[in-house]
Design a protein. Sequence first.
Length: 69
Amino acid sequence: MEEAIDALGSDLSIRLSRREAIPALSSVRRGQPREQGLSNSELARRLDIHERVIRRILDPGHATKSEDP
């Protein structure tokens, strides 16, 4: 999971620095979860982590860690 988070963050950071478009989401297939429109706070609650960790994960300019110190 940590490597996946790092890879995604790196890809987004590179695309943003090059002013490239972020790829659109693929269509939802049967059995896949759908977008739930969660707030950062709700996502943090569901993952049992601090909301600031979610903000850091979603910030491509921040060196993301999988665990909050």
